[in-house]
Write a protein that binds this ligand. Structure first.
Ligand code: AMP
Ligand code: MG
Length: 422
């Protein structure tokens, strides 16, 4: 029998000499370092930014002793014991923001509102629901404990205490926390600049007139959107034709203006793909075959001091490689001290999936909860790596691990939701 000497392709089901997803990711993570600088921003512009310096509190929180409820402030020594009921004269009223000027005397109480400063000598508050009011006095029974319903000064945060560590992505409650300390300006990491271009003679920008045999560029727009969502500054370099000189110029320009370069297309073995040839001269670039589907060909390396991700051309492969590889690397480059990883949960698969062991598959799925509260997932149907609708209709990746074989209906699978990623 005669055989052909052919190259392997993305469609081949088993192949030697490829990297696993974990190996590829580790190689990339080991090759990138934090690249961001530091800038000052007003607190109202700081959400989703990465904190550059620890926040220590310049004050005690709360700054003064105050009441946790609406009620009556008394002295603990006056509280009735056993089965006693005691009457207190209402000597005054204190509301938040207006400290009480007088001094509490034995046998008296001060009506107090939530957040109002505790009058001097008062140390206990009786909730208004627990008293019997009679014109200018109240009666309370013996169920109360000394010191109840009072927030002590510094009980939440003490002056000088570190409340936030650098390297976190600031959330709304953390912004509120800084505000509660009276902090208006904070140091955050500067955004990364990402240069993005697509390659291919067949690729058109939105707004271009349709041309026979051509397609509209989707990759550049999905990548730019993903980068903007991560807080990167984007240098949109458009579409570069399959022309070695133009590609060379584009890489040169991108490398001297950006921290990271993203391209799509041109990293497989296509005849018109000059990217590989040009890149081999431009920097230290690896062309990897990763044992994954979709997304097998991925180029990664450095051009001078700029990190380069050469993602595949197929639109779904771009998204999968972006989220599985580029996202963790970008988070490290941005200075996040703990990369935000979306949790992977187990769900019951309601559709059978064909799979052979030896590569990791990222099927696009729809995750939902059954009436009994069980997580279940189905695929979005056709899973071709060019079918972007499989991704836009999905809310999760169904991750079929490297060694896993076909999935029968009803089997449990690993699912990574898009919420948080997108
Ligand atoms: P390539 O790796 O350059 O051979 O591209 C693989 C496939 O992805 C081809 O069908 C291309 O037409 C398609 N493709 C490449 N770049 C893009 C892009 N920017 N947007 C949409 N499809 C693309
Ligand atoms: Mg191409």
């Amino acid at each position: 029998m005669s055989t052909l000497n052919v190259q392997s392709s993305c469609g081949d089901e088993n192949e030697q000499g490829t990297l696993s997803v974990t190996q590829a990711l580790n190689n990339m993570l080991n090759a990138v370092q934090e690249k961001s600088g530091v800038e000052q921003v007003h607190l109202t512009d700081a959400v989703d930014r990465i904190l550059a310096q620890a926040i220590t509190s310049p004050v005690n929180v709360p700054s003064h002793r105050n009441s946790a409820v609406d009620g009556y402030a008394v002295m603990q020594a006056d509280l009735p014991t056993n089965d006693d009921i005691r009457t207190f004269k209402i000597a005054g009223r204190v509301v938040a923001g207006h400290p009480y000027k007088g001094e509490l005397k034995q046998g008296e109480c001060i009506q107090i509102m939530t957040g109002a400063q505790m009058p001097e000598l008062a140390d206990t508050v009786i909730m208004q629901e627990h008293v019997e009011v009679d014109a200018d006095s109240i009666r309370i029974d013996a169920r109360h404990s000394a010191g109840q319903n009072v927030r002590q000064a510094g009980e939440d945060i003490q002056m000088g205490q570190t409340v936030l560590q650098p390297g976190i992505k600031l959330t709304p409650p953390q912004i509120g926390l800084c505000a509660s300390l009276g902090i208006s300006e904070i140091s955050v990491k500067t955004p990364l600049t990402a240069a993005v271009f697509s390659t291919g003679d067949e690729v058109l920008s939105i707004g271009d007139a349709p041309r026979e045999g051509c397609i509209y560029d989707s990759n550049r727009y999905s990548m730019i959107s993903a980068l903007k969502k991560l807080g990167c500054k984007v240098l949109d370099m458009g579409i570069i034709a399959d022309d070695p000189d133009k590609l060379r110029q584009a890489f040169k320009l991108a490398a001297s203006n950006a921290d990271v370069i993203f391209t799509s297309g041109g990293v497989s073995v296509g005849e018109a793909d000059y990217t590989k040839q040009v890149l081999s001269q431009a920097g230290a670039i690896n062309f990897w075959k990763v044992a994954m589907k979709p997304g097998r060909p991925v180029a990664f390396g450095k051009i001078n001091n700029t990190t380069f991700f050469g993602l595949p051309g197929n639109p779904v492969a771009v998204m999968v490689t972006f989220y599985q590889f580029a996202l963790p690397c970008l988070q490290k480059m941005m200075g996040l001290n703990q990369p935000l990883i979306n949790p992977i949960i187990k769900a019951q698969c309601t559709t059978p999936i064909r799979k052979i062991p030896g590569r990791t598959e990222f099927q696009r799925g729809i995750l939902s909860q059954s009436d009994s509260g069980k997580w279940q997932v189905s695929t979005t149907g056709k899973q071709g790596s060019g079918i972007l609708r499989s991704m836009s209709n999905a809310n999760a990746f169904i991750i079929l691990e490297h060694e896993r074989a076909s999935v029968k209906k009803g089997e449990w699978v690993s699912v990574q939701t898009f919420s948080g990623l997108f």
